[in-house]
Ligand binder design. Sequence first.
Ligand code: NAG
Ligand code: NAG
Length: 416
Amino acid sequence: MYTKILSILLLYTFTSVHALDNGLALTPPLGWMSWQRFRCITDCVNYPNDCISDQLFRDTADRMAEDGYLEAGYEYLIIDDCWLANERDSDGRLQPNADRFPNGIKDLADYIHSKGLKFGIYEDIGTNTCAGYPGINGQYEIDANTFAEWGVDYIKVDGCYEDTEGMEDKYAQFGDYLNQTERPIVYSCSFPAYKGLEANYTAAVEICNLWRNYGDIQDQWDDVKNIANWFATNQGFLNKFAGPGHWNDPDMLIIGDYGLSYDESIAQMTIWTVMAAPLLMSVDLRKIEPEFRDILLNSDALSINQDVLGIPGLLAWNNGNVRIWTKPILPQVDDKHSYAFGIVNYENGGSPHVVEFTLDEFGLDNADGYTIKNVFEPSDPVTVSVTEPIRISVNPSGAALLQVNPVAPSHATSLL
Ligand SMILES: *[C@@H]1O[C@H](CO)[C@@H](O)[C@H](O)[C@H]1NC(C)=O
Ligand SMILES: *[C@@H]1O[C@H](CO)[C@@H](O)[C@H](O)[C@H]1NC(C)=O
């Protein structure tokens, strides 16, 4: 039932010789992406506030810059599918839908940059995007150059309408042309999501800053659990590929949308934080309720997610309804790491469940004990020895995120 952290630390050893070396995404990317909330709404007559348009992204840039998101670290504003015109222009270049993006993409990117944000966009390696717009389809050089000229800082390249056979090579070729533009561009690939565990993950590390591994998230708690279960089931394989500059991506946060309760939102934030997942919000920032905004802006959660060691967390305890993910983080005292513990209660409904465990059951062994901070229930941190039982109440379909720091010896040996 328990997996001791000290023994599974071995799993964290990442030994790739070659990783993409563009200096980007050294911690998991933080930002906002349009897909999950705004999908492919192109009808601006009936949905003037929700359609994929220049106005939506300017409004979102304003909210990110003015409502604390940028300050908290959410820097990438990423347009997903459905920005393109149905045809390339007469020079064979990609162009946006002229009605919905009347000022062009460069002008929108300039606006986003003027707010201190970074700009991301979406394309597809195949003949068409998933929604049917023109794909890159072999036009690697001209498209890479177009994106660089527009000021793109992040590109998500999907994998619809392309043979899975040899997909890695196509992503590699486009990545080479991105590199040749000399503009630093975070490269998000999708071939692992299309090829499953047969995908060449060594190639993903070499080519991409992050990659989608699994299906699209839908706006419901069952999907959060399903994705978390898939990553946990395959953690022994997946986690060794993730680290600074190259990340597994379980897809967007759905916090603040229609499908998750407050407790379920804390649970998604907890699991994604501890997995060292990219945190890409997909919510209407003009309308988000303050309690959901506070979850997204929780500075302790964000600092755990952004820990510079970049070690993805592991499911270390699975007791059916109660599952505990753990992630080594800084600071360290001598050779003792700090840890994040994400304790998730999968039970639907009913009443809160009291979870009890000791830190030594997870292999923590700092002689002076640890201080524990309950991230989403702020109170003074408590100090425990590794054998003292910790009891914590976790709401149904909810979670607790704990930050567990080793206590430094108070009796430092004097050399005088
Ligand atoms: C291009 O690749 C080289 C070699 O890996 C790397 O040093 C450089 O930072 C890359 N440049 C960009 C803009 O990605
Ligand atoms: C996977 O990719 C790596 C790095 O590009 C390559 O060396 C290796 O041959 C590939 N493996 C397979 C089975 O194609």
